[in-house]
Design a protein around this ligand. Structure first.
Ligand SMILES: C[S@@+](CC[C@H](N)C(=O)[O-])C[C@H]1O[C@@H](n2cnc3c(N)ncnc32)[C@H](O)[C@@H]1O
Length: 197
């Protein structure tokens, strides 16, 4: 599947933020393309936690990471991203530099198994809680499947509700694209302010 403009845009922003040694999360592992991207950015000594609810997706991600020689930089979790707080080891909490949500269904898989607004929102809250200052959450929403438009609206609402004092949330969308919209939301946690004096 060729990367969409929205996904390419989100990854370009993440590439500016991620550093070797960072901890990242791929909240929807799928076929492992995003996991490989994240692992390359945090190499040689960082770590990417990947979750998916479908064994086929985790198998695909495992194989893609292995083919890229990046298996040691990833941990695969057979669990929904709404359980992120339980999935991550305690040492990772507050240290995660980036979380990627590439929503929808597994390309080449069962198109009726999709991310859903309730679990996506729960996972976004969990992701927000584990980010380090200066970290970011990228969410790519696809409106071309049943449930996709409602999920995109839910994500947009969640982003809009983040307090401006500590967060910046933006959206990217090709406005002349025919057909169903694909929207990238990019949420940054502001860096900690230096101590006064
Ligand atoms: C568009 S695909 C992800 C593409 C992937 N990031 C890649 O690079 O190939 C969406 C994935 O989300 C997964 N998914 C659906 N609900 C989920 C949940 N609650 N937690 C984690 N993954 C979920 C699906 O199984 C599917 O593999």
């Amino acid at each position: 599947m060729p990367a969409t403009a929205a996904l390419t845009f989100a990854k370009a922003l993440l590439a500016h933020i991620l550093r070797p040694g960072d901890i990242a999360v791929d909240a929807t592992a799928g076929n492992g393309h995003d996991a490989v991207f994240l692992a390359r950015r945090v190499a040689p000594d960082g770590l990417v936690h990947c979750c998916d609810i479908q064994p086929a997706a985790l198998d695909s991600t495992r194989a893609r990471l292995a083919a890229a020689g990046l298996s040691d930089l990833a941990r695969l979790h057979a669990a929904g991203h709404e359980r992120l707080a339980d999935i991550l080891p305690a040492a990772a909490r507050g240290r995660v530099r980036a979380v990627v949500f590439n929503l929808g269904y597994l390309p080449g898989g069962d198109e009726t198994v999709t991310t859903r607004p309730e679990t996506t929102l729960a996972a976004l809250e969990a992701a927000r809680a584990v980010l380090c200052p200066g970290g970011a959450i990228a969410v790519v929403c696809y409106t071309g499947h049943p449930g996709g438009p409602a999920e995109a609206r839910a994500v947009a609402g969640w982003c809009a509700g983040l307090p401006f004092a500590a967060w910046r949330a933006a959206r990217y969308e090709l406005v002349n694209k025919p057909g169903d919209a694909i929207i990238a939301f990019f949420v940054e946690k502001l860096p900690a302010k230096p101590e006064a004096g």
